[in-house]
Design a protein around this ligand. Structure first.
Ligand SMILES: NC(=O)c1ccc[n+]([C@@H]2O[C@H](COP(=O)([O-])OP(=O)(O)OC[C@H]3O[C@@H](n4cnc5c(N)ncnc54)[C@H](O)[C@@H]3O)[C@@H](O)[C@H]2O)c1
Length: 354
């Protein structure tokens, strides 16, 4: 039987990377993305629908056209600060949108979903490393949307037999090896791409808070490579193809690096100093987040493959130096939905680091 999956948010960073991997494993992929933060040209799906997960008519069309076997649900608004200022947008887009998607899935008897959850469901955990049994207490509306959706999935499993795996990612970063799809967020809020940009443009990188209870005063995070995340989705999909389940699983690198350590790692790679600008703490930023992967290893048979932080940062650096990245960012400035046919083949003009 042909394996046809619906990928919501497939024009985003993690969704496009996962789509590419799934295709290598002979999945037929259909992307549904409203391009609110995604880039049309980043997506390599067999079929692409521009629109929202809240658009019931469009969902109806997609589910009646294809015999979808599972859904990978990446689509979401995911800026923490914005979620504090405009929680309505987050509850509507993430929670209400997901309920509409689930409704259509059940109507068409599609009973498998892999959901992009987040380490933000844990809030400020008392104990590090974080395991799935760690108490969940999200600190902001964004984290709460992830938490609520996990709860909804649990109830839908009990009542309607909907199987789900909620994958709780720690900080996604890096770029897949072909430098064909990667991170092009506008605005960019993640440390590694911001740092790479600062280094390339010889501008300072902001550090938000230097007085945290950590060994160098800066926040410590767990950086997981996007290709490892994509691979975990493939394993989760394989799992749901065999078993019914309702699971919540951490995806982490199991190592913590402070902001200063990340900056020093890029300085070492480039052999140059990067300027630093000290800024105040961001409200609600926990000092340390480091995850533990025992469940993913045990249940999915998944392990991280790219664990070295310098190697991870090099892939992010190479991506931003690639012509592909430059073309995509130029396209976003002009028109986010312009056709990919005008894109040239991927080449890199600056030095690559391996
Ligand atoms: N990047 C991270 O470090 C990280 C960490 C934890 C969890 N996550 C979660 O993983 C998922 C993917 O993250 P990402 O970094 O690839 O983000 P992204 O912004 O690059 O991708 C999200 C995609 O969803 C699309 N989208 C948003 N709302 C939509 C809607 N209503 N209908 C259709 N499409 C919609 C956007 O256009 C975008 O293409 C998100 O759910 C995010 O919350 C990301």
């Amino acid at each position: 039987m042909e394996k046809i999956v619906l990928v919501t948010g497939g024009a985003g960073y993690i969704g496009s990377t996962t789509t590419k991997l799934l295709q290598q494993y002979d999945y037929k992929t259909i992307t549904l993305d409203n391009l609110s933060s995604g880039t049309r040209d980043l997506n390599k799906s067999d079929f692409f629908y521009e629109g929202s997960i809240s658009n019931e008519k469009l969902l109806e069309k997609i589910f009646s056209t294809f015999e979808i076997t599972a859904v990978l649900h990446f689509a979401a608004s995911s800026l923490v600060e914005e979620s504090v200022q405009n929680p309505k947008k987050y509850y509507e887009n993430n929670v209400v949108g997901t309920i509409k998607l689930l409704e259509k899935m059940l109507e068409f008897n599609v009973k498998k979903i892999i959901f992009s959850s987040s380490a933000s469901v844990y809030g400020k955990p008392k104990k590090i490393p974080i395991r799935e049994k760690t108490k969940t207490k999200p600190l902001n509306p964004y984290g709460r949307t992830k938490f609520f959706i996990e709860e909804i999935l649990k109830d839908y499993h009990t009542a309607y037999g909907l199987s789900s795996i909620s994958l709780r990612y720690f900080n996604a970063c890096g770029t897949e090896k072909d430098l064909e799809v990667g991170e092009v967020h506008t605005p960019e809020t993640h440390l590694i791409p911001l740092l790479v940009r600062a280094a390339l443009e010889n501008k300072p990188i902001s550090i938000n808070g230097r007085d945290y209870e950590t060994y160098d005063g800066t926040c410590i995070r767990d950086y997981i490579h996007v290709s490892d995340l994509a691979n975990a989705h493939l394993k989760a999909l394989n799992y749901l193809e065999k078993k019914e389940a309702c699971l919540r699983i951490n995806l982490a690198n199991e190592q913590g690096f402070s902001i200063l350590e990340i900056i020093q790692a890029l300085e070492k790679i480039l052999g140059k100093k990067i300027q630093i600008k000290n800024s105040p703490r961001r409200p609600g930023d926990p000092a340390i987040l480091i995850g533990k992967n025992e469940t993913a290893e045990k249940i999915l048979g998944w392990k991280t493959q790219i664990t070295n932080i310098e190697e991870i940062i090099k892939t992010a650096y190479n991506w931003q130096c690639s012509n592909r990245f430059k073309e995509l960012t130029a396209l976003i400035d002009k028109n986010p939905s312009i056709s990919s046919s005008i894109l040239k083949k991927n080449q890199t003009e600056q030095q690559e680091f391996y």
